[in-house]
Design a protein around this ligand. Sequence first.
Ligand SMILES: Nc1ncnc2c1ncn2[C@@H]1O[C@H](COP(=O)(O)OP(=O)(O)O)[C@@H](O)[C@H]1O
Ligand SMILES: [Mg+2]
Length: 406
Amino acid sequence: MNVVFLAPTYPPEMQQYTRGLAEVGVNVFGVADAPKQSLTPTLKSYMADYLQVPRIMDEDDVMERVTSWLRGRSIDRILCNWEPLQIVAARMRDRFGIPGMTEDQVIGFRDKQIMKERVKAAGLRVPFSQRVRNGKEAKEAAERVGFPLIVKPIAGAGSADTYRCDSMQELDVALAKMRHVTEASVEEFIDGEEFTFDTICVGGQPIYMNVAAYLPKPLIARSNEWLSPVIITVRDLAQPKLQGGIALGKGVLKALQMGDGFTHMEWYLTPKGEAVFGEIGCRPGGAHLVDQMNYTSDVDLFREWARVVCWHSFKADATRKYNAAIVFKRALGQGRISRITGLHDYMARFGDWVVEETLLRPGQHRRNWKQTLISDGHILVRHPDWGTAHKMAFAAATDVTLYAGE
Ligand SMILES: Nc1ncnc2c1ncn2[C@@H]1O[C@H](COP(=O)(O)OP(=O)(O)O)[C@@H](O)[C@H]1O
Ligand SMILES: [Mg+2]
């Protein structure tokens, strides 16, 4: 089987999916903008061939170059797990007549307004929302939506340029910060807890499922530098509290005509117990979420994803053994890390349950916490019992501190 995989180099976990593809016995044809010489020997060893393109975001150029590169080869799949390239991958499938999701199907997972309209048309609960293109339209939409509301880009990511507004004055302030955004969504603010619903699907049917809790909600995590965002996979998916969200998720997959592969959905659980749709991508979650899922069940979903999309089979035993919690740390101060406190004690208390610790060390430069959820490193800890996993995660949040620039 010959498989084209777009962006095998970046983001870093794409190298793991490339490995997965190689391990299930297919020939991988990678396409990215990194020079061939910059690829590690390991990554090269997973690929049958590699095409470097000058501008990976230039869809028409990528289409033309890949088309001439593939001439004379028979291709069975064109795959991509990185959101910005999913449309061009679908356009290639459409052009070459290769099985997989069409451009129209993928648009349902990319354009947040079309997404919500399709989900709503299936009778599922979505926030009331409206697409707007300028300040005047935003204010008119606000009259209809009411306050509090959320204003955010139609094609956003990582909570960038996303604001909660409680009044017309706050909307004015938000709009002034959003001048560079060409299309936005003004929507009803949904109060409640926020979760993920992640799957690997065959023909839109989940063959693997996961739920993770955001503590706190991503928008709050991205608006407050001082806190340490925690995300915990939920071991017990059978608990009543999650059933509304799981049913919603399955309905969304049907409404959007999901095909084969990963999905990553976000949903809200309101104080009244109602599950409300947030957003969905037909790709895996980023920021180590797949690592967390792997630690939850001691599986390798990089490889199982590949097996599913190539051979329609999932072979791992995905029994859920742990709640796997990741805690992202942000240093106090600017510049280079100067010291870390509390880590030694933390490891003495919980080290047996810690599976990864990647905190930056003194001398290393801080990362931009607004641009990467990864921030200044993470601690990943797991436990079979939810309460214990939760306690250990919050101990890492409060008792471990990184300082910078002292
Ligand atoms: N309608 C809403 N009600 C409440 N919170 C919202 C709403 N829309 C977005 N948010 C908050 O903003 C975050 C980012 O919005 P989201 O739609 O997930 O965009 P993205 O993750 O692509 O930036 C969400 O995770 C949530 O915390
Ligand atoms: Mg989101």
